[in-house]
Design a binder for this molecule. Structure first.
Ligand code: ZN
Length: 284
């Protein structure tokens, strides 16, 4: 396993961690100043802005763009809505390409309002990802399916385990030397899974681990979406998970991604970045 102490250049900050408190330019500079190697940006920070200028600012700061977040939900009640999401995702991929993003994170969605048909949602996800993969290859951006914890199965993602995400990737892309379809392995979403060791190894053999996110599971968790913990404040054995991920040949960024409305998003960005740096080196 790689040594993170003294090696923040191996680490990335997902800008959601900072609660979008600063304009994107200041966010870039704060992350670079602290010595991190990369960042991941969100569409809300980039859309409508001068994307080329943002990309230049990032590379001038010595940072990489680990990923671009995230897809519009795929499952839909009507063909028109399904197509609209596809077009939206194609546009986001175009932006990801301009940013030079390592991958486009796919949070795939689940039941459209009014539907109880989870099976149909999963079929639509497979169809939608199949279509989107053409555009992803055309613009040169890899797709990272992010399985989400089952507590999000109703609304945010009908992909809930690493195994399920890998099954879809295998079904769509087959066994290829250099895959365009992979997974974002987020400790917060997969830490509980008894199949995590075998499925992480499988993902590694298929060269499909495109991203590794860290945060912590607080006990108790008071909000399902926005109460993630700082690494070291919860119950996830982050070192054990990173050991598995790196034993599976992952050599990309270790990325902090913390949604924390009541705590970290209220703190000054510089303070949060300092604690991220400390905990990455100590607890991950
Ligand atoms: Zn994540």
């Amino acid at each position: 396993m790689r040594e993170l102490a003294g090696h923040l250049e191996l680490c990335s900050i997902n800008t959601a961690t900072l609660g979008y408190q600063l304009p994107v330019g200041e966010t870039i500079e704060a992350i670079a100043r602290r010595g991190f190697g990369a960042l991941s940006l969100w569409r809300r920070e980039v859309e409508g802005e001068d994307v080329a200028a943002i990309a230049r600012h990032i590379s001038d700061s010595g940072l990489q763009v680990a990923s671009y977040c995230r897809s519009s939900y795929i499952p839909a009640l009507t063909a028109e809505q399904f197509e609209a999401a596809h077009s939206d995702n194609c546009r986001a991929l175009d932006t990801a390409a301009k940013l030079g993003a390592g991958c486009f994170v796919m949070v795939v969605g689940s039941l459209p309002t009014g539907s109880q048909d989870l099976g149909r949602a999963r079929i639509q996800v497979a169809e939608g990802v199949t279509h989107l993969l053409w555009h992803a290859k055309a613009v040169g951006v890899r797709l990272a399916l992010e399985p989400l914890h089952p507590m999000y199965a109703a609304d945010r993602s009908c992909l809930n385990t690493l195994e399920q995400a890998l099954d879809i990737a295998d079904m769509i892309e087959g066994n290829v030397e250099d895959p365009w379809l992979g997974v974002a392995l987020d400790a917060y979403h997969v830490w509980w899974d008894p199949k995590l060791p075998e499925q992480t190894a499988r993902a590694g053999r298929a060269r499909r681990i495109f991203a590794h996110h860290v945060s912590d599971w607080l006990v108790p968790t008071t909000d399902f979406l926005n109460d993630r913990g700082m690494m070291g404040d919860g119950v996830i054995d982050l070192k054990a998970i990173r050991a598995m991920v790196e034993a599976a040949s992952y050599s990309g960024m270790v990325e902090v991604e913390i949604f924390s409305a009541a705590n970290w998003w209220k703190r000054p960005v510089e303070d949060t970045l300092a604690v991220c740096a400390q905990r990455l080196q100590r607890d991950c």
